[in-house]
Structures are given as C-alpha cells and as structure tokens.
Design a protein around this ligand. Structure first.
Ligand SMILES: *Cc1c(COP(=O)(O)O)cnc(C)c1O
Length: 365
C-alpha cells in the first residue's frame, strides 16, 4: 500500500477522497449473501448507519448509486401530484425522475444558489393539492443548503409527504430523522460518507412505507416495501455489493469514534475556512470571486465559487491540477462559470489548507 500521507489531494464534491484504511477493508473475501455471516454484517452495518440518520428505523442499503433511491422514493409515493423544489442540477434531477415515472409534476423553482422560502412554499401547498414534495438538502451543484426541517414541517401542515435528498448532506450537515419527524431521506456512499461510489442508503418513516404498500407501480428493483421487508431479516432483495458493505462498516466505526456532532462541526469549520479564504484572496488579488450561495444558506460540505468571467473553470481547475490538487468544475449550466470545492468526508481544516493554497497560487499568477 502507498503511505497514507497521500491523503488530502482530491477535493471533488463526489466522489470524495477515500482513506487507505477504507480501501484495505474492501479486500475481505466474498461470503454468501443468504446466510448468517451476511446477516451479521448487515446488522452491524445497521448499528453503524442508524446513528448517522439519527433514527431507530431500518436503513435500506441499495447497491446502486444514489439516483436509484431518488427513483425509489417517487415510485413509493401515493398516487397524486408532486411538487418538486428545484434550485440546482440535482433537485432538477428529482423533478425529472418524477416526470419520467409518469407523475404529474409542478416545480417550485428558485435561482441556482438560492434556497426555498417557507412562505412561498406555504402558498403553493395551499393553492393546489399535492401528495409529496421533493427537496435537496445540500444542492451539490450550487453549495446551497435548504432548511429541510422547516420545509418538512411546512409540508406536514398541508398533509404532504416530504422526500429529502441528502446525498451531499448526510454525515456532514445536521439532520435528525426521528426528532424532526421526517418521511424519507436518501444519501449516497461517495459524498460526505467518503467511501467509494456504488451504495445508496435511505430511511423511510413507518407511515410512508405503510402507504407505499398500497401504491401500485412501485417497480421491482427499487421497491421500498421489499427493501423494508428484507432489511427486517438483515438481508437485501438482490445481491449486495459486498465489497462496499465492508467499506461502509469500516467507515461507520470511524464516524462513531469521531462522533457525529463532532463530524458536523468539522464540516462547518471547513466551510467557514473556505469562506474566509475566499474573502481574503478576493481582496488580495482584486479578482471578483464569490460563493454563489448566500451566507446563512451555505452547505458545510461543498462551496460553489463564481470565477471572474475571463477565467473559465476548466482553465482554473487544470492549473490547480498542475499543483497536485483536484477541485471540481461547476455543474450543469454553471460548469464554466464556477468551480467547486468538496470539503467533505474525511477532509479536515488541515487538508483543506493545501487545497486553498493551490487555488491561491493559481489566482495570484
Ligand atoms: C451526487 C448527487 C446525486 C446523485 O448521486 P449518484 O450517486 O450519482 O446517483 C443526487 N443528489 C445529490 C444532491 C448529489 O450530490
């Protein structure tokens, strides 16, 4: 194995950098997935995953990327119209999935970088009958953090389910499934949880799964009712990506050792440091750089930073790359205008310093 000192060079907002210890855990041998050995593994994983969602509910583990669990949510939702809160590429994807699953969809769209306002949501929910809303917690394309607790409460005041994508939120941004009385939260393995891509996780409330049981057209592979039934037996409906289960088991131990609250605080500190750097480097170079999400609504896990118009992201990130550091281009329609720093997963204020130093060096030259 190469030495662990190589950690701290890769700052994409997904996939995120994976520690050597996690990579090593994946070298464990195959086991039968119908049998006590796997059931024990699944149970240990549950013990590691439930605290991450702050729930007593089972955590469904899907051997798919996170988009699969977005589709599972839509397919499980009772018949009726869905209101999709859109403020970036991933929230747009949620709306797109709802449409392609033949749902009637309305969009409550705000500018990329912005978050959704409760009074406006209240108005929309009062105007028309919906069964569910979709919302993205940490919009990875823009770095905006929605107040999913307030949004969920608002939905509930109108008797509407709230389906939450917390793919780049969970494990880095505060979320409390049980205490906040949430209906559905999904996440992926390759963002703030910092294991390789290929697994997704979701928790559904008992009442959401109960209602899903009566909903037809849930499909086969992404059927929450089936996932729920199998999870109760510590199994998965189809062959699990065992290697990634090993990785998650290892990572859950590290997260428990650090403490989830401490992990949230570490992410908040990384975001604050990035914001502080941004102000200083803008002053120093006279270049107009800005986080596109307003203060107070910035994700602790990802910053999306607008570049001066004469510096396309592709040029900037290539120059940063020459200094041994990977940062992300913008996403979707912001691809060239912004760059993104993923300060999530196992990164720390110390590793972020190296990233910021490389970015500074490019901006000064
Ligand atoms: C990465 C991401 C997704 C999609 O995840 P995949 O694992 O690529 O399917 C969805 N939503 C958000 C907010 C994301 O960051």
């Amino acid at each position: 194995m190469s030495p662990a000192k190589t950690f701290g060079t890769f700052f994409l907002p997904g996939p995120t950098e994976v520690r050597e210890e996690i990579m090593a855990a994946m070298l464990q041998p195959m086991i039968p997935h119908r049998g006590p050995q796997f059931e024990k593994l699944f149970e240990r994983l549950q013990q590691g995953l439930r605290p991450l969602f702050k729930t007593e509910r089972p955590v469904y583990v899907s051997s798919s990327s996170a988009t699969g669990m977005m589709e599972a949510a839509i397919r499980a939702a009772p018949p009726g119209r869905i209101l999709c809160l859109v403020n970036g590429a991933f929230s747009e994807r949620f709306a797109h999935i709802a449409s392609t699953c033949a749902r009637d969809v309305d969009r409550y769209e705000v500018a990329w970088g912005q978050v959704h306002a409760i009074p406006q949501l209240e108005e929309r929910l009062a105007m028309r009958k919906y069964v569910a809303i979709t919302v993205v917690h940490s919009e990875t394309s823009t770095g905006a953090l929605n107040n999913v607790r307030a949004i969920s409460d608002c939905a509930h005041r109108h008797g509407v389910l709230c389906l939450i994508d917390s793919v780049s939120g969970l494990g880095g941004a505060e979320l409390r499934f049980d205490e906040w009385n949430l209906d559905y939260v999904l996440t992926g393995s390759q963002k703030a949880l910092a294991i390789p891509p290929g697994l997704s996780f979701a928790v559904a409330s008992a009442s959401f799964v109960g209602r899903a049981n009566g909903t037809s057209g849930r499909g086969g592979y992404f059927d929450l009712v089936e996932m729920d039934a199998y999870a109760r037996r510590n199994q998965t409906p189809s062959t699990p990506a065992l290697t990634l289960f090993y990785a998650m088991e290892e990572q859950a131990k590290s997260i428990a050792a650090e403490g989830l609250e401490a992990r949230w605080a570490r992410h908040t500190a990384m975001a604050a440091r990035t914001q502080d750097w941004l102000a200083k480097i803008s002053d120093e170079t006279g270049k107009k750089l800005a986080n596109i999400a307003p203060l107070g609504s910035q994700s602790p896990t990802v910053s999306t930073i607008r570049l001066p118009s004469d510096l396309p992201a592709e040029t900037f990130t290539a120059e940063v790359g020459k200094r041994g550091i990977v940062v992300g281009n913008g996403y979707g329609k912001l691809k060239s205008a912004t760059f993104r720093i993923g300060h999530m997963g196992d990164h720390t204020v110390e590793t972020i310093e190296r990233c910021l130093a490389a970015c500074s060096s490019v901006l000064r030259s």
